[in-house]
Design a protein around this ligand. Structure first.
Ligand SMILES: Nc1ncnc2c1ncn2[C@@H]1O[C@H](COP(=O)(O)OP(=O)(O)OP(=O)(O)O)[C@@H](O)[C@H]1O
Length: 615
């Protein structure tokens, strides 16, 4: 169990709080009806109204439950309060104290705990919190202070015993569900928020763990934090920690106010109100269930009854008066401008995530095994094929070497599919971190390319050395390797584009091979560029495989190959001319390098503008 008294001590010694009530005044939320055009005029027939005229106030120091039957609009309301809605039209007012609720003000004073655990599976609980504290720290000095805070949070959220256990996932078990939930709450506490939103913090937990979680929240609320949670069928032991209720049905308010008769004088409590409209709670039954099932029944128009009741009018008056009071308050002092820039965030990402990934056999092998296997198969199949010189460099030999070099350029691009899961599977964490304003997208993209680019150096060195020596290739090894490394890097960037565009792994796994087969067709080996229809030839200019292959061909043959191919006009050509491998090694490498940056920019733009999550 959580040590309640010491936990209270810990929470009470946090920073001086700004009292930050969350005020919700006449909030409506409409989304376009999926079957119609996306016009967004509120309440037009083309829209669906998911929240209708919701007004309530969540006071600082209170612990509020948003409840209601399934589909009542609880998560929708919480998403609006926490500025997480990505579509639809919101009208009305939401304030954090005296400030309008925006993504910016949310970041300054609030935190959100997701219903589903969006944690990095490879980090331990302690590393997760250190990582987060560095991510959220505004200065390096801040980071040190926050580390101290992490140690305290671990202790007081009863996470010390599992601090060295990896978070894990469905396939590789780590911490328990209750510990994961507490770790999620711990993440939110790292920033010491004045307002804490939680989506179903007890779902999936046993009753003991549920009580532990709500007890933590209660201790937090006791220090002045505004705690707002959607909650589904809480046990009586867990529910008693809440003091305020916001009850919804079909997106409309059916009650808001204190839950128990003892709180706030009890005059307008949920128990008294529902008794006054004919629904008396049997004290032996579960109060939360009673309230939810009562509202779910069709015996009464609950929204109308509440709006016209003395209790409903008093709640509305209270909301309006707190709103007016907050509006008159001077604006809060602005937080110091963030000093930890994008590069410091890259460092933190590399420090915690890359080092862990490099220690993971799965991570390394998914990138190395394919390349090394291909290298073994290829150098045993094309053993010493490049050794031929002079007359021995006949037509068959030149064609075989050209084919080998072609495959060396096309395979990294196909093999880049192994790089897609890290984008697709980490998406939920990425969205949470971006929503919490942890880092700019630039930092994430840079970290990803550095992580993959550095690992690709030893992997390609091993595989390409084996190939170069085994196949007795000629020309400079450095150029041979740089070509391969750059083509692989282009492949990784392309894989990131596919992973960003595709909604899931299946789609990504379809998209990348389609593009690569097109590269295979158009890069000039299967059909020579000179033989392509003029309408298609231009396309080969956009393909990095073509330039990588050309550079390696020029590097190997170096115009030493005998002219063994006869043109229609009777002219004799070597293989470079035969395939029209134009340019120099340098110009081809520059083209590959340019295409690498092109695909990085496309990946960045896709990640910025495509979000596979609509709320
Ligand atoms: N994007 C959307 N498009 C259409 N309908 C939506 C959308 N999002 C939510 N809804 C509808 O809005 C209503 C409220 O959904 P919400 O998820 O907020 O309910 P809830 O009270 O949290 O439900 P539950 O307890 O079952 O999680 C539901 O009827 C839901 O079907």
């Amino acid at each position: 169990m959580i040590k309640s008294s010491s936990a209270s001590e810990f929470f009470s010694k946090t920073k001086t709080r700004h009292s930050t009530p969350v005020i919700v005044d006449s909030v409506c939320y409409d989304i376009p009806n999926g079957t119609k055009s996306s016009s967004s005029t509120p309440n037009s027939s083309e829209n669906i109204r998911l929240l209708d005229n919701v007004s309530t106030v969540f006071e600082n120091g209170s612990m509020s439950a948003i409840m209601g039957p399934s589909g009542a609009g609880k998560t929708t309301l919480l998403d609006i309060l926490s500025c997480r809605k990505t579509r639809g039209v919101i009208s009305g007012t939401v304030m954090f104290g005296s400030q309008n609720a925006t993504k910016k003000t949310f970041k300054e004073c609030a935190a959100y705990v997701e219903q589903f655990d969006t944690l990095l599976p490879m980090l331990t609980v302690e590393e997760t919190l250190y990582y987060w504290s560095e991510m959220q720290a505004r200065t390096h000095a801040d980071a040190e202070l926050k580390k101290e805070r992490v140690r305290e949070i671990l202790q007081h959220l009863n996470l010390t015993s599992c601090k060295d256990v990896v978070v894990g996932d469905a396939l590789n078990r780590g911490i328990s569900g209750g510990q994961a939930k507490r770790t999620n709450i711990a993440l939110a506490l790292v920033t010491d928020p004045d307002v804490l939103f939680l989506d179903e913090p007890t779902s999936g937990l046993d009753s003991q763990s549920s009580v532990e979680v709500v007890e933590i929240l209660r201790n937090l609320a006791n220090t002045g934090v505004t705690v707002v949670a959607t909650i589904h069928s809480p046990t009586p032991d867990a529910f008693r920690y809440f003091d305020t209720l916001c009850m919804l049905k079909n997106g409309k308010m059916t009650f808001t106010g204190p839950i128990f008769d003892e709180t706030a004088g009890g005059k307008y409590s949920a128990i008294s109100y529902f008794a006054s409209i004919g629904f008396k709670w049997d004290t032996k039954s579960n109060l939360a269930d009673f309230l939810t099932t009562t509202c779910a029944s069709e015996d009464l128009d609950f929204e109308d009854a509440f709006r016209n009741s003395e209790c409903g009018k008093a709640a509305l008056t209270k909301t309006k008066s707190i709103l007016e009071k907050e509006m008159l308050l001077p604006a809060k002092p602005k937080l110091a401008k963030a000093e930890r820039g994008a590069f410091a965030k890259i460092k933190t990402l590399l420090k915690y995530r890359t080092i862990r990934n490099y220690k993971s056999v799965d991570f390394v092998m998914s990138r190395a095994a394919g390349q090394i296997l291909f290298a073994i198969v290829q150098f045993t199949l094309f053993l010493e094929i490049g050794k031929a010189e002079g007359e021995a460099m006949d037509q068959a030999n030149q064609l075989n070497v050209a084919s080998l070099l072609y495959m060396l350029n096309i395979l990294p691009s196909f093999g880049a599919s192994g790089y897609m899961p890290s984008i697709v599977l980490e998406r939920a964490v990425f969205y949470r971190e971006v929503d919490d304003g942890s880092y700019p997208l630039f930092s994430y993209v840079a970290y990803k390319f550095i992580e993959e680019g550095v690992l690709a150096i030893p992997v390609t060195l091993v595989a390409q050395t084996a190939l170069y020596l085994g196949c007795a290739l000629q020309g400079s090894f450095a150029i041979f390797w740089i070509c391969n490394y750059m083509v692989l890097s282009c492949g990784i960037a392309l894989a990131y584009v596919c992973a960003s565009v595709a909604p899931n792994m299946d789609a990504a796994n379809t998209l990348l091979p389609v593009y690569n087969v097109i590269q295979l067709l158009f890069s000039g080996m299967l059909i020579r560029r000179a033989d392509m229809p003029s309408g298609w030839e231009w396309y080969s200019h956009t393909l990095f495989v073509r330039y990588g292959w050309q550079a390696q061909m020029i590097n190997h043959f170096d115009n030493k190959e005998p002219k063994v191919f006869q043109t229609k006009e009777g002219k004799m050509e070597g293989i470079i001319e035969f395939y029209g491998a134009s340019g120099t090694i340098t110009s081809n490498l520059i083209a590959v390098f340019g295409l690498y940056w092109f695909w990085i920019i496309v990946a960045y733009v896709c990640m910025k503008n495509i979000r596979h999550q609509s709320r």
